[in-house]
Design a protein around this ligand. Structure first.
Ligand code: GLC
Ligand code: MG
Length: 570
């Protein structure tokens, strides 16, 4: 008890009854992080593709809905084989998106509004059209070993040349491609147009630190690091690459799931490199007196591995490896499933590092409404912001956008297109995304129902819930999650999941979410009366009404609500 009171006494001495909780939380620790896919957010020049100036014109909207940081998928020079995840020049803006001057203007406006800008950092590979790769093919001085080159092996039976190992790329097919000019194989964990850089080469590491420096000099507040687990590969001292064992998860030898990736994922070299980036950025921060420059790792890895990406006891790495646990929920998930996926993070990463983030969508996975059903969008919008730490949402989720059936066109033929269609701003042509005659991907046929303008005007829309929740994230109760007793969570019935957020001796919020399709009753939640402050679209309850939690209360199917009361009983 004493330890709980100490910060309070300290705060009272400073003449501030509540600021102790909030002040202990750095900006990234409880941010509202919003991912923008620049091709699809807002087109300013009518070419049907979103751009930086388009984003700049919509920053006021981000401010309005309570976004505190936004992560932009790649905006750098690229032949767009993987829509910017194949970079040909790491310090150049692709003309499709604009210019460096546009970028500077975006940063200036964002910072004036108090919004941090996080860039996508794609270190694992470059485009094959990158000058570095072209020099490497020609074995130019200093670039010979910039990528991972190998002669391959001679097949004993056929006498033919075969790749150095049996490795299969993430996008299927061999991870090695023969280069006629250099007469060697090169490694690519993704497309053949995305050759992997060689991180055991100090020069490559130098170049990548320069890339980070270039963008922090221009005001970037952090980086989402792409494909982190794929940075290093196992290579034996004799120069050979070991075959990976079968996984048993697939019968298709060309599928990424065919092997267990013990030599191509989460290798020690990867950790080393991540720690190097952290050290560099921390030093930069000190020298330039900047806010914390955050590193967010995209890593579909086990919690043990993610823990090491944060800190292995000796070195610090990324503050936030993305937590994809909530993305494995589906339309049938129960309150208990939610509890398990939340616990999966809290019992491990939170316990060890006091870092939590919750991702509900991104450009590589089906949209939330498609994955879980439109009727679950409000619930998940409440959940992702109710949990302690950083919420990570994907553009359009705040208005309930769903996947759009897309056809293979001349511009695009990607199985991830359906979750990348243009943002739906209003009911005008092309949903207000572009003034041009077409958009690079089709506008959703349901845009007249699901768009920002319409959602703004409805009292209990997904957008209003999103806004309401991001406002709550600014309260002392939501910022006290690192204090003892600051938060609690769990299934309180078969289908009702509860999150409690408390500022000691002040305020308390309870978020109750009915995951099921039946009316649910819960008893004796607490010995206190609280008030409804946020309600999902079809809730029969009314704002401001009081509810006695010592009694039996009910939630309608898929109903979600937020209650406010004082901390403690009463
Ligand atoms: C990451 C990105 C994905 C991209 C891949 C290769 O997984 O999120 O979109 O295709 O890396 O860069
Ligand atoms: Mg454009």
């Amino acid at each position: 008890m004493l330890s709980r009171l100490l910060p309070l006494y300290a705060a009272l001495l400073l003449g501030c009854g509540s600021c102790f909780a909030a002040s202990a939380v750095d900006w990234w620790e409880s941010a509202t992080l919003y991912q923008i896919y620049p091709r699809s957010f807002m087109d300013s020049d009518g070419d049907g593709v979103g751009d930086l100036n388009g984003i700049t014109t919509r920053l006021a909207y981000l401010k309005e809905i309570g976004v505190t940081a936004t992560w932009l998928s790649p905006i750098f020079a690229s032949p767009m084989a993987d829509f910017g995840y194949d970079i040909s020049n790491f310090t150049k803006i692709d003309p499709l998106f604009g210019t460096l001057t546009d970028f500077d203007a975006l940063i200036a406006k964002a910072h004036a509004l108090g919004i941090k800008i996080i860039l996508d950092f794609v270190p694992n590979h470059s485009s094959d059209e990158c000058e570095w790769f072209q020099k490497s093919i020609r074995r130019e001085d200093g670039y010979d070993d910039f990528y991972i080159w190998e002669d391959g092996k001679i097949d004993a039976e056929t006498g033919e040349r075969v790749p150095p190992s049996n490795w299969v790329s993430v996008f299927s097919g061999p991870m090695w491609t023969w280069n006629e000019q250099r007469q060697q194989y090169y490694l690519h964990q993704f497309l053949p147009k995305q050759p992997d850089l060689n991180f055991s080469n100090p020069m490559v590491r130098e170049h990548m630190l320069e890339v980070l420096k270039f963008w922090v000099d221009r005001g970037a507040d952090g980086f989402r690091i792409d494909a982190v687990p794929h940075i290093g590969e196992k290579r034996f001292a004799n120069g050979t690459y070991p075959d990976e064992p079968l996984s048993g998860w697939s019968d298709d030898p060309n599928s990424y799931n065919y092997h267990d990736h013990i030599y191509t994922k989460d290798q020690p070299l990867t950790l080393e490199v991540v720690y190097e980036w952290r050290e560099f950025l921390d030093e930069y921060k000190r020298q330039h007196e900047r806010d914390t420059i955050v590193l967010i790792a995209e890593a579909y890895s086990s919690v043990e591995v993610l823990s090491d990406y944060i800190n292995n006891g000796t070195h610090s790495g990324t503050q936030m490896p993305m937590n994809f646990n909530l993305m494995s929920l589906n339309g049938y998930s129960t309150a208990k499933n939610v509890e398990d996926s939340v616990k999966g993070w809290m019992d491990n990463i939170w316990e060890k590092h006091q870092s939590a983030n919750w991702v509900v969508g991104n450009h590589d996975n089906d949209r939330l409404a498609t994955r879980m059903g439109q009727h679950k969008v409000d619930l998940m919008t409440m959940l992702v912001h109710a949990l302690p730490g950083t919420s990570v949402t994907y553009y359009g989720e705040e208005i309930g956008m769903s996947n759009v059936a897309t056809e293979c066109t001349a511009i695009s033929c990607e199985d991830r297109d359906p979750e990348r269609t243009p943002m739906q701003w209003d009911t005008t042509d092309h949903a207000g995304f572009t003034t041009g005659p077409t958009s690079w991907l089709p506008i959703s046929p349901n845009y007249k129902r699901f768009n920002v303008a319409t959602e703004r005007g409805v009292a209990r829309s997904t957008l209003q819930i999103f806004k309401g929740m991001t406002q709550l994230k600014q309260t002392n109760a939501f910022k006290a999650f690192k204090e003892e007793g600051g938060f609690a969570f769990g299934a309180v019935s078969e289908q009702v999941f509860q999150v409690v957020r408390t500022a000691f001796l002040e305020e308390e919020y309870r978020i109750l979410i009915n995951m099921g399709n039946k009316v649910e009753y819960v008893h004796d939640l607490a010995n206190k009366t609280m008030e409804y402050v946020l309600l999902s679209r079809h809730s029969p309850h009314s704002f401001g009404d009081k509810v006695d939690l010592s009694q039996r209360i009910y939630l309608m199917p898929y109903e979600a609500l937020v209650l406010r009361g004082s901390a403690g009983s009463g």
